[in-house]
Write a protein that binds this ligand. Structure first.
Ligand SMILES: NC(=O)c1ccc[n+]([C@@H]2O[C@H](COP(=O)([O-])OP(=O)(O)OC[C@H]3O[C@@H](n4cnc5c(N)ncnc54)[C@H](O)[C@@H]3O)[C@@H](O)[C@H]2O)c1
Length: 393
């Protein structure tokens, strides 16, 4: 194989962006093989927009068509593991949109299928390609902050208006999305949190549903997490605050990283703080510091980079920036956060069988009780939506 033929399942906002990019030759080694969407009107438009590309109504027909080597699943979240498993079982490579799913219990099955399949499995965590985060990871892995102490991420610039939520009937519903800001907007940030700082051992969270919008799901969340080594993390996010802040601070006993306003500031300590604390005789001195500032210009779109990286994995067996089986990590944090908020207790990670079952049961209850915020006003919806991708991480 010298080109990967992609099938796109769910050709909405992001699926369409992937299809257009591949069709115009924007991804080295990729061609558009077929498309699939349940929406008849969309299918009609796709047929004229992508001449010569077969458009399917049913996912199984696309998977069995012989026209695709890989699929991108860009449907609403609940379908990600369902179609992912269907593709992998047929030996078709899978690039899933984020999040990996809604329930960790379902994503475990997806990961099991991927592990026993020869097909590749990637996930669209495009922000992992951002050079600022890559540099932060490089510094952490080289021991630049030493023993991790604390991560604080305040990411409150995911602002959305009511018209965004009204732009599609699946949005911001337990039945359609399986959550709000934690399942839709924040997965990129939560993935980066665990990618840079590792998985916590315990999660306590406070999620507020419909706090700022006429929606059933949470639009404001605060997560407090603890690590085996005593380190902690605080993650605060909302879609209801303007102008909002996006500031990530990671500290350890040898230094600190601050990412804000497209800049990474690394402060390196001359001595490890734990040694300094007990060796220093004056009471309020701090270790000497050296500061490094990193900025990057002309950064290529992360979605394109993940697509190209995935193609390299398929064609050349290269390791991926965002392996699909890692999608379960951020989802485990959000499932634990929901469970903690719903029950008022601290939840341990990895999730136990009992906690997964309790989460699944409580989510089903929320779905059953949900008052649908029906219909789409469409007012400004699509434009607002597309703009959100350009939010600075
Ligand atoms: N990585 C990113 O930056 C990024 C950006 C946007 C969206 N996303 C993710 O992509 C997914 C889709 O989001 P969107 O905003 O494009 O949604 P959307 O509503 O615009 O598009 C979803 C499409 O899937 C189709 N669909 C629904 N059910 C289907 C089914 N059973 N079979 C086939 N097609 C089906 C719908 O008709 C629609 O065209 C979500 O999971 C979202 O979180 C990721």
């Amino acid at each position: 194989m010298d080109k990967v033929r992609f099938g796109i399942i769910g050709v909405g906002n992001i699926g369409h962006a992937h299809a257009s990019c591949i069709a115009k030759g924007g991804i080295r080694g990729a061609v558009l093989g077929a498309l699939c969407d349940i929406d008849e009107k969309k299918r009609e438009k796709l047929v004229s927009e992508f001449p010569g590309v077969k458009v399917f109504e049913k996912v199984e027909d696309l998977i069995n068509s012989g026209l695709v080597d890989a699929v991108i699943v860009a449907t609403p979240h609940y379908f990600h593991p369902v179609y992912g498993i269907a593709a992998l079982e047929k030996g078709i490579h899978l690039l899933s949109e984020k999040p990996a799913g809604v329930n960790v219990s379902e994503v475990l099955k997806l990961n099991e299928t991927a592990t026993s399949s020869n097909a590749k499995f990637g996930i669209m965590f495009n922000q992992r390609t951002d050079p600022l985060f890559r540099k932060a990871k490089e510094i952490i892995e080289a021991g630049g902050i030493g023993e991790p102490k604390r991560l604080v991420w305040i990411v409150t610039n995911w602002y959305r208006t009511q018209s965004y939520y009204d732009s599609g009937s699946w949005r911001a519903t337990w039945n359609g999305e399986g959550g709000g800001v934690l399942i839709n907007q924040a997965p990129h940030n939560i993935d980066l949190w665990q990618w840079l700082f590792g998985m916590p051992a315990k999660v306590t969270a406070f999620c507020h549903e419909g706090m700022y919008h006429n929606i059933a799901v949470e639009d404001d969340a605060t997560i407090y997490a603890e690590y085996e080594n005593g380190a902690s993390a605080v993650f605060i996010t909302t879609t209801g605050e303007a102008p909002g802040t996006n500031r990530l601070e990671i500290s350890g006993d040898r230094g600190r990283l601050v990412l804000e306003k497209n800049e990474l500031r690394y402060t390196k300590l001359a001595a490890a703080e734990r040694d300094f604390c007990f060796a220093e005789k004056s009471s309020a001195a701090i270790p000497g510091t050296e500061e490094f500032v990193y900025k990057f210009d002309n950064v290529r779109d992360g979605h394109e980079l993940i697509l190209e990286d995935f193609v390299s994995a398929v064609l050349e067996n290269k390791p991926m920036i965002a392996p699909g089986i890692e999608g379960i990590n951020e989802l485990s944090i959000t499932n634990a956060a929901f469970l903690s908020s719903w029950t008022g207790r601290t939840v341990s990670l990895p999730l136990s069988e009992e906690d997964m079952a309790e989460f699944d049961g409580l989510l089903e209850k929320k779905k059953a009780e949900e008052e649908f915020i029906a219909g789409a006003t469409g007012a400004g919806g699509k434009e607002t939506y597309i703009k959100r991708w350009s939010v600075n991480w």
